[in-house]
Design a protein around this ligand. Structure first.
Ligand SMILES: *[C@@H]1O[C@H](CO)[C@@H](O)[C@H](O)[C@H]1NC(C)=O
Ligand SMILES: *[C@@H]1O[C@H](CO)[C@@H](O)[C@H](O)[C@H]1NC(C)=O
Ligand SMILES: *[C@@H]1O[C@H](CO)[C@@H](O)[C@H](O)[C@H]1NC(C)=O
Ligand SMILES: *[C@@H]1O[C@H](CO)[C@@H](O)[C@H](O)[C@H]1NC(C)=O
Ligand SMILES: *[C@@H]1O[C@H](CO)[C@@H](O)[C@H](O)[C@H]1NC(C)=O
Ligand SMILES: *[C@@H]1O[C@H](CO)[C@@H](O)[C@H](O)[C@H]1NC(C)=O
Length: 377
């Protein structure tokens, strides 16, 4: 977003289709200025940021919350955190408690109101009411849902100071590679958000480039598809609205590889999820030796309980029965393992088996690296 008026409002509406229980918001503040800046945030305090450094503010409001973020320039602080800044000063403290700038305007201000209107909308504004000191870019990176249940919804914003200055050579611009391999004896139409989709005959692979900071990332395989010359028609499992290059998540049952890159402490979050059921055996392998490989290659379709059987796959009980105990809708119901979720967990201990199966199923890893997703490992 560039500066083209006196106030820019960013209005982010969550399209939460299923259930939501808890909410969080992450602001990643990145200093791309050639000089040191002192970020200020209420709530949050303050942080000195050298060029290319970033600071993550992790809010867990679960209710409406307002706040402010801005940059201070040319500061000098004592060890105890007292001093002054040329612009954006907050009463001489490194930690800002209130936004009073005591005449040291001008400063560019980010103002936000989160979880408005029953937790479905955020407003993030860029304001020039106090003048301008540095250029600021605001971009909503996405909404990260833990599991498929949306039992935790985290909205994620990137705030970049001086977006144009240190653009090249910045690590935050390096794409990650996801190598998607089809080792099934049959054709799989790979699907990826972000990324689209591609037909993979047996033995073929597709290398997908994904931007750093991507959240809500998802890769899955579709079976028995047929597309016409314009890329339309559909698939038996994992279909995304009848198009080859997916722009939305797929229809259950589909085994999922889910990821969010460069999160807290620059770690990646990744998991295999059966919360949307199972269609194809899958491995999800970080190509960084210290990170755990995830495997789900058991014969789930063959042993699928009768109630859950579906064309080409095995459904999750929430999809079939739609009850709170299985879906954990709004945190209601037991939200605990069920006899059906145990069926999945026994066969794929690495994978999410029910909506709140976080503890054993989401892995974090500092990789900065690439991943491999294998169908029929
Ligand atoms: C800023 O956001 C608030 C909601 O927090 C909204 O009511 C207001 O209109 C926005 N201001 C501008 C100038 O866009
Ligand atoms: C900091 O102060 C120096 C010296 O007055 C000035 O040249 C520089 O532009 C200032 N930096 C910022 C970011 O305002
Ligand atoms: C800054 O503003 C606060 C609140 O208005 C005031 O208490 C304080 O004395 C001011 N400091 C200076 C140095 O003017
Ligand atoms: C990129 O990241 C690596 C590892 O985090 C770091 O050592 C290196 O200095 C960074 N490069 C730039 C240009 O920031
Ligand atoms: C595709 O459909 C055919 C005919 O219904 C079926 O025999 C086959 O198992 C399906 N293939 C996959 C990969 O599901
Ligand atoms: C799970 O429990 C339900 C109800 O008690 C029963 O109908 C179903 O057969 C059980 N499923 C499995 C896989 O044990």
């Amino acid at each position: 977003m560039s500066i083209f008026s006196n106030a820019i409002s960013f209005h982010f509406l969550f399209l939460v289709i299923f259930t939501t229980t808890t909410y969080g918001t992450i602001f990643k503040i990145q200093n791309n200025c050639a000089e040191t800046v002192w970020a200020a945030a209420i709530p949050g305090g303050g942080r000195q940021l050298e060029p290319r450094q970033s600071w993550i503010i992790n809010l867990k409001p679960n209710k409406p919350q307002t706040g402010q973020i801005w940059a201070r320039t040319n500061c000098s602080f004592s060890k105890s955190g007292h001093g002054t800044c040329d612009s954006g000063d907050c009463n001489g403290g490194l930690q800002c408690q209130s936004a009073q700038s005591n005449g040291t305007s001008p400063y560019t201000l980010v103002e936000y109101s989160l979880n408005q209107n029953n937790n479905i909308e955020d407003f993030v504004n860029l304001s020039f009411a106090n003048g301008f000191n540095i250029e600021i870019d605001i971009s909503p990176v996405g909404i990260f849902e833990s599991g498929q249940s949306e039992s935790r919804v985290i909205s994620y914003y990137m705030i970049v100071f001086c977006p144009k200055e240190l653009r090249e050579g910045n690590n935050a611009t390096t794409a990650r590679h996801f190598i998607i391999q089809n080792q099934c004896p049959y054709t799989v139409w790979a699907a990826a958000i972000p990324g689209g989709g591609q037909q993979l005959n047996s033995g073929q692979s597709w290398t997908l480039n994904v931007g750093p900071g991507t959240t809500g990332g998802r890769i899955w395989g579709r079976t028995n598809c047929s597309f016409d010359a314009s890329g339309r028609r559909g698939c038996e499992t994992g279909d995304c609205g009848g198009i080859l290059r997916c722009q939305r998540y797929g229809t259950p049952p589909n085994t999922l590889a889910e990821f969010a890159l460069n999160q807290f402490n620059n770690m990646d979050f990744y998991d295999i999820s059966l919360v949307d059921g199972f269609n194809i055996p899958m491995d999800f392998i970080p190509l960084t030796s210290t990170c755990k490989n995830l495997e789900c290659s058991a014969d789930i379709n063959g042993k699928c309980p009768n109630e859950l059987r579906a064309l080409g796959g095995c459904n999750n009980p929430c999809t079939v029965f739609k009850t709170n105990d299985y879906c954990c809708t709004n945190g209601q119901g037991s939200c605990a393992p069920t006899n059906f979720s145990r069926f999945f967990k026994e066969r794929c201990p690495d994978a999410y088996s029910y909506p709140q199966d976080d503890a054993t199923s989401t892995l974090t890893c500092t990789t900065g690296g690439n991943y491999r997703v294998v169908f029929c490992p």
